[in-house]
Design a protein around this ligand. Structure first.
Ligand SMILES: [Zn+2]
Length: 212
């Protein structure tokens, strides 16, 4: 694959990101202009296509996308120099780099944020069929989803992410904020995000009911 990212290539990525964003917005997970999604275009040097900042995520167009580098900064020479990435693109890039992810979704979904209030040291999931959706075992497996404090400093957040990184757990909860989930591609990242939301919602509700 060539070094240069063409306008057509970026538009394809932008169309996929827009479609995924609309699905998440429909679930109420990207309210206002919150959240952002990314997909890797190149691995060396790392280049990600990220949803543009400040847009209604239910109404994104294929052109509402920007190319960022390994630090989450917009690259100077790209097909959409008019678009700006969110500061959160820095954490997308860190996750893509450390986890080798092909796609990262960041959504402000409620259940994981509530669970982080209850379990600030990490949210433990076990004995649930839906764990298979995270690539883990439904039995005899304990999945701890890391929780990090919120910050506007993406380098600090990235360092905390790396501190608790487990290659077998493709999710990170940012307290009082939202969740990052990743996978080989956008579809796998979405499936994992959907399964994580179910797992965390069940665990919270079961805990509140006194069952676990
Ligand atoms: Zn956010």
């Amino acid at each position: 694959m060539s070094e240069t990212i063409t306008g057509a290539e970026l538009e394809r990525a932008g169309a996929a990101l827009a479609a995924e964003s609309a699905r998440f917005a429909g679930l109420g997970w990207m309210r206002g202009t919150s959240g952002n999604l990314s997909v890797a275009l190149r691995s060396d040097p790392l280049r990600l296509a990220v949803t543009a900042s400040g847009r209604d995520k239910g109404l994104l167009r294929a052109e509402d996308v920007v190319v960022v580098d390994a630090d989450g900064a917009a690259v100077p020479d790209q097909p959409r120099p008019d678009q700006r990435p969110s500061a959160e693109a820095g954490l997308h890039a860190r996750i893509a780099r450390v986890a080798g992810a092909g796609a990262v979704v960041h959504v402000h979904v409620l259940a994981p944020v509530l669970a982080a209030e209850r379990w600030p040291g990490g949210v433990v999931l076990r004995d649930l069929e839906m764990l298979k959706g995270l690539g883990r075992g439904a039995h005899d497996d304990v999945v701890t989803v890391p929780v990090v404090a919120n910050s506007q400093d993406m380098t600090w957040l990235g360092d905390r992410f790396e501190d608790g990184f487990d290659p077998a757990t493709p999710a990170l909860i940012v307290a009082r904020h939202g969740v990052y989930v990743w996978g080989d591609d956008l579809e796998q990242a979405r499936h994992r995000a959907e399964c994580l939301e179910w797992l965390v919602s069940f665990t919270l509700a079961a805990n509140q009911a006194g069952h676990i």
